[in-house]
Design a protein. Structure first.
Lengths: 419, 171
């Protein structure tokens, strides 16, 4: 199962996704032949390109042999088609699985090691080393994984910015820039989003200006999942984690990995055509409610975390457009707004749902008001009795009543153009 | 490619094309034309690498990873497609082959509301049954990022789908 926790919605969704996915049948019987033809064309283009580049260097008197093509996935252009003729720089000598494991063991304080596993830099998948380490106070899994990014790539920022507490449970997180320009994040969090079973996961992520990404993780259990907690805390302090993630040996190992081709992906563009959902949502809240957190500038989805003095409450809004004139979209509408829907004087249909919240959080509730206007604008407001979707309840009911949520959902402020 | 390996490739591609296509349809939020293009591109890339894919490897998993990355690269280059345009519709399968049309429409439409990366996480985790770690490797990202996306995407899907999955409660 893909889920480590039993959640009725996930179970239902997984089954529904399989049923929906399995209804798709291609009407193109020549898909395989077309794919092969593309592969053949790409191969012959590459041969021509390599032959051309070898001829070029031969004329200048120097011959540089093309190195490994590394992972063809990262190195070729996508659906757009044309393969780039340039040959990627040859990676340095491979660092083997055993070498990575040895490095990890040498960098850890004295202790006993078992269950060693890993992958070298020559593997198609991410290189890593993981061991179970016992400093005398209980067995703990410790692992390091390596990644080579394009300098300045979005993924590097994503890995070193403290995550949104609404989606990831953690106790402390710090994100700093080191004197050499590297970004470092140290996070003391949990294996499970709802902190179930007390398994702690502490991690440190380092991304250098040249795109070397080193990630260290440690648990207070001999395995990520499925093993009971063996000690109160993971063995390495944040200072030790910083020292481990910053060790020179890891950067040398990353240098043995092929450099990905292409351009670094910049920070995602924020929507400009309309108002962020979280702003509209915040502006419609009843007086006396304090917004303690909110999402960014997305124009289709947003959330706020409210506090009325009686505990935090997570409230999210989804905005979309369903076209009634289209038969397929009408089916969607009828499915969502069936016999139990009320119709307001202006033609807006409203459905209320009250049910359990996420991840079987004991006592967690999720209240939803789903609305659709005659022009097809659908606004869904959901509220929880906790500050996130997956933490234990902080209060008995959400901070908004169903009536208040309906007032928010049916506001004319949602009528602005959608991006 | 040697004849024997070529035959192996043919056998593999014929056996996997249908599944890859279905994955691609979910990734694209029901855009069947784009899905076909992505599958052709994926099979083309697997063809190029086939000589280096060992029999002991997992070519099916490899092809799925190629498909996911091809999709994400395509989305990056066509950033306007990050989320479904307000009036864009999923292309739908032949009604004759459809089981529960209403549910499928609703589900595929809801998937289409997610960002491309959130959709890729959902498809890898819940359609392909990949672990968090495997999903992170396939998407060239971190486990923490996958966790974040997964929780956020499920939260949105839960709200968007409402009670429409109710019939799956007892199955």
């Amino acid at each position: 199962m893909p889920v480590e926790e039993h959640d009725p919605f996930e179970d239902k969704f997984t089954k529904a996704l399989h049923d929906a996915g399995n209804t798709f049948e291609t009407r193109r019987p020549d898909l395989v032949a077309r794919g092969e033809a593309r592969g053949r064309r790409s191969t012959s283009r590459r041969r021509i390109a390599i032959a051309g580049s070898v001829t070029a260097v031969a004329l200048t008197g120097a011959l540089v042999l093309p190195g490994s093509h590394g992972d063809g996935v990262r190195q070729q252009s996508a659906a757009a088609g044309m393969a780039k003729p340039a040959v990627p720089p040859a990676p340095h000598t491979t660092v083997t699985r055993d070498e990575l494991i040895d490095t990890l063991k040498k960098l850890l304080p004295k202790g006993k090691f078992s269950q060693e596993e890993g992958r070298g830099t020559d593997d198609r998948l991410t290189p890593y080393a993981q061991v179970v380490y016992d400093d005398g106070n209980g067995k703990a899994a410790i692992g390091v994984s390596l990644q080579r990014l394009l300098p300045g790539d979005r993924m590097g920022r994503e890995a070193t910015e403290c995550p949104d507490k609404v989606f990831v449970a953690y106790d402390t997180c710090s994100s700093v820039t080191l004197s050499d320009g590297s970004a470092l994040m140290v996070l003391q969090g949990y294996e499970y989003p709802n902190r179930r079973s007390g398994t702690k996961l502490w991690s440190a992520d380092l991304v250098t200006p040249t795109g070397q990404h080193v990630s260290v993780q440690e648990w207070n259990s001999p395995a990520e999942k499925g093993e009971p907690v063996s000690r109160e805390q993971p063995p390495l302090s944040t200072t030790q984690l910083k020292a481990l993630v910053s060790a020179r040996a890891w950067r040398d190992a990353v240098n043995a990995m092929a450099v990905p081709r292409g351009k670094a992906e910049p920070r995602p563009e924020q929507g400009v055509t309309g108002r962020p959902v979280s702003s509209t949502l915040a502006s419609l809240l009843p007086k006396g409610l304090k917004v303690v957190a909110r999402s960014g500038k997305n124009e289709g989805f947003g959330y706020v975390v409210l506090d009325d003095g009686k505990g935090e409450s997570f409230v999210q809004a989804n905005v979309q457009f369903i076209k009634d004139t289209d038969p397929d979209q009408r089916i969607i509408k009828d499915q969502l707004f069936g016999a139990d829907a009320r119709t307001l004087p202006d033609g807006t249909k409203v459905v209320w749902h009250q049910g359990p919240g996420d991840k079987n959080v004991k006592g967690g509730v999720m209240w939803t008001v789903d609305t659709i206007r005659p022009d097809g604008r659908r606004v869904v407001i959901s509220a929880f009795n906790s500050g996130t979707q997956n933490t234990p309840p902080t209060r008995k009911a959400p901070a908004l009543t169903m009536k208040q949520m309906e007032t928010i959902a049916t506001s004319t402020k949602w009528r602005q153009p959608l991006g | 490619m040697r004849q024997g390996r070529n035959e192996e490739y043919q056998e593999f591609a014929s056996a996997r094309a249908g599944h890859l296509y279905r994955s691609a349809c979910l990734l694209t939020g029901g855009d069947t034309h784009l899905a076909e293009d992505l599958v052709q591109e994926t099979l083309g890339r697997v063809y190029v690498r086939w000589g280096r894919i060992s029999r002991a490897d997992n070519p099916a998993g490899y092809a799925q990873t190629v498909l996911t990355r091809t999709f994400l690269t395509h989305q990056r280059r066509h950033s306007s497609r990050k989320e479904r345009a307000a009036d864009a519709l999923p292309d739908l399968p032949d009604p004759a082959t459809a089981g529960d049309t209403a549910l499928r429409l609703t589900l595929v439409e809801a998937l289409g509301r997610l960002s491309a990366k959130d959709r890729a996480v959902v498809v890898l985790r819940y359609w392909e049954d990949r672990s968090i770690e495997e999903t992170a490797a396939a998407m060239n990202t971190t486990s923490a990022a996958v966790r974040t996306r997964c929780v956020r995407a499920l939260g949105r899907l839960r709200a968007l789908l409402g009670d429409t999955l109710g019939e799956y409660a007892r199955t």
